[in-house]
Design a protein around this ligand. Structure first.
Ligand SMILES: Nc1nc2[nH]cnc2c(=O)[nH]1
Ligand SMILES: [Zn+2]
Length: 436
């Protein structure tokens, strides 16, 4: 049991940035048990038998925010982050990405590389992540081991690809299906509520229709998430049109395979027609908006406002290494800048995404996309305490605070200018996972 006293900022359904000043937030058994005005603290201490050493007072400029939720990130590709960004997707995959992922057949290398990736995300405040690993079952399981060791909350997918891939990085359909079942059963058998398996057909270009339908059955049987990529680039959309001349559109391919449901996360969704948007909505599929990746590998600009206006669940993803930055602060900034760019060619009725809304996507929105909004995403009694302690005034802070700055200014500066140096503590399910 412990209590934090001070400023809390978070998003709710009705308020993209709620600022709560002078609060006492109590955590017991990993869950938030009270959020009261600070003046109630003596009574709360008595009621719950809380000693002085269990009460932590935040400094004047410090605050707590919910941990970030990265809804789409390739843990294996972290080794390439910040390199190989000169080619569009369909050339980038065989030139840079498949060769790297193939090296994850070496389990020792894979484990070390995954440890770097997961640690880097956690340091940057990502308390929940939805990962792609590689096609290798052993290596994908080592990713789960590392996540458990580090203490993050995560969904992990063994990647499935049985066509349009190089000889050195491809599986047979039967092997892919059997390995997925093995992987899923292994992860579920750990009975660690923080680490869950996710069925992961790479995308309809590299996964046969038959395998996709069988994978949909695996996801159904175990009642687990599905993740893939949808409508990321024009070239990919054209290719899908050629591969599936009878399909109505790209989204229809996944729908017919049975892959779309409230437990599905589709990354990108940059070129959806109105008909596709309607299917994404009616199937309750969630979208992982990956704005850094969209720009870095020249894929396109996702109109998130359109998705939100249509009632679609949207979270943010770093999509490392199509996106070069593993920090969700960067994803928030790119989401805002993408919306600003789109607004240039829209009329005055277009409502841009502001930093508050992008922050909501990075926290509560992501939790909705991953189906964990009853557990994390914001500060609500009964939810688990996944949180970041932020200190804008650390001695090596990358930005400066002035007397004139309000709490909201300070938060906004952290969003635009802050980095992991400002994230001084990270909590997952009430456990402090950083610093160790
Ligand atoms: N950004 C991105 N898009 C993909 N589409 C299929 N595979 C990938 C991948 O690894 N990264
Ligand atoms: Zn991706």
């Amino acid at each position: 049991m412990f209590v934090y006293v001070g400023t809390l900022l978070h998003a709710t359904a009705s308020n993209a940035l709620e600022v709560l000043l002078g609060k006492a937030l109590g955590v017991n058994n990993g869950k938030i048990i009270f959020i009261e005005d600070e003046k109630e603290l003596p009574a709360l201490q008595q009621q719950y038998d809380i000693g002085h050493d269990q009460v932590h007072r935040l400094g004047e400029r410090e605050f707590l925010i919910p941990g970030f939720v990265d809804t789409h990130v390739h843990a294996s590709q972290y080794a390439n982050a910040g390199t190989g960004l000169d080619l569009p997707l369909l050339e980038w995959l065989p030139r840079y990405t498949f060769p790297l992922e193939a090296t994850f057949s070496d389990v020792t290398f894979a484990t070390a590389a995954y440890r770097k990736a997961v640690t880097r995300l956690l340091k940057n405040g990502t308390t929940s992540a939805c990962y792609f690993a590689t096609i290798h079952t052993e290596g994908s399981l080592r990713l789960c081991d590392v996540i458990e060791e580090v203490g993050q909350r995560a969904f992990v997918g063994k990647v499935c690809m049985d066509q349009n891939a190089p000889d050195y990085y491809i599986e047979s359909s039967a092997q892919s299906l059997a390995d997925t079942e093995t992987f899923v059963q292994n992860v579920l058998s750990r009975k660690n509520a923080l680490v869950q398996p996710v069925v992961t057909p790479r995308f309809a270009v590299s996964t046969t229709f038959n395998l996709m339908t069988r994978l949909a059955e695996v996801a159904d049987k175990h009642n687990i998430l599905v993740q893939s990529h949808l409508s990321e680039t024009r070239g990919e959309c054209k290719l899908i049109g050629d591969m599936y001349p009878d399909a109505e559109h790209y989204t229809d391919v996944y729908k017919r395979a049975g892959l779309l449901s409230g437990k599905t996360v589709m990354a990108h969704c940059n070129y959806l027609s109105d008909g596709e948007v309607a299917i994404i909505k009616t199937t309750n599929t969630g979208v992982a908006h990956c704005p850094n990746s969209n720009i870095s590998v020249q894929s396109g600009l996702c109109d998130v406002r359109r998705l939100l206006d249509n009632g679609i669940k949207v979270g943010l993803g770093t999509d490392v290494s199509g996106g070069y930055n593993p920090s969700m602060l960067d994803a928030i900034r790119y989401a805002v800048q993408t919306s600003n760019i789109l607004s240039v060619n829209k009329d005055d009725s277009y409502t841009k995404l502001d930093y508050r809304e992008a922050f909501r996507l990075a926290t509560l929105g992501g939790s909705q996309v991953l189906g964990i909004e009853d557990r994390v995403g914001n500060f609500v009694i009964g939810k688990e305490f996944d949180a970041l302690r932020v200190n804008p005034c650390v001695s090596n802070s990358p930005f400066d605070i002035f007397d004139k700055d309000t709490t909201e200014d300070t938060f906004q500066k952290f969003i635009y200018l802050g980095d992991d140096r400002n994230v001084t503590e990270v909590f997952v399910a009430g456990k402090r996972v950083l610093p160790k």
